[in-house]
Design a protein around this ligand. Structure first.
Ligand SMILES: [Zn+2]
Length: 82
């Protein structure tokens, strides 16, 4: 889960990039930062899940995934999120 501050940080990160984020499906720029974080299982038993921040187009529902490390977010381990 992202705190409201982290959601804001994600939105600011995207807004400081060259272009305003645009949905590749419908072309609108209305995006929402989801509170929930995606945790993709990896093959190794000892490796941690791959975490992705979810940005959803509020017009068509298309999801986009971003690396929280690149965005400068430090997220707690997924095991604590149950
Ligand atoms: Zn869309």
């Amino acid at each position: 889960m992202l705190t409201p501050e982290q959601q804001q940080a994600v939105a600011q990160h995207l807004n400081t990039r060259a272009q305003q984020p645009t949905c590749p499906v419908c072309g609108t720029t209305s995006m929402r930062v989801q509170r929930d974080v995606l945790a993709l299982p990896t093959a190794g038993a000892d490796t941690s899940d791959i975490r992705r921040v979810i940005i959803t187009c509020t017009y068509c529902g298309h999801d986009m995934h971003f690396d929280p490390d690149v965005m400068g977010l430090s997220l707690p381990p997924s095991t604590s999120e149950a």
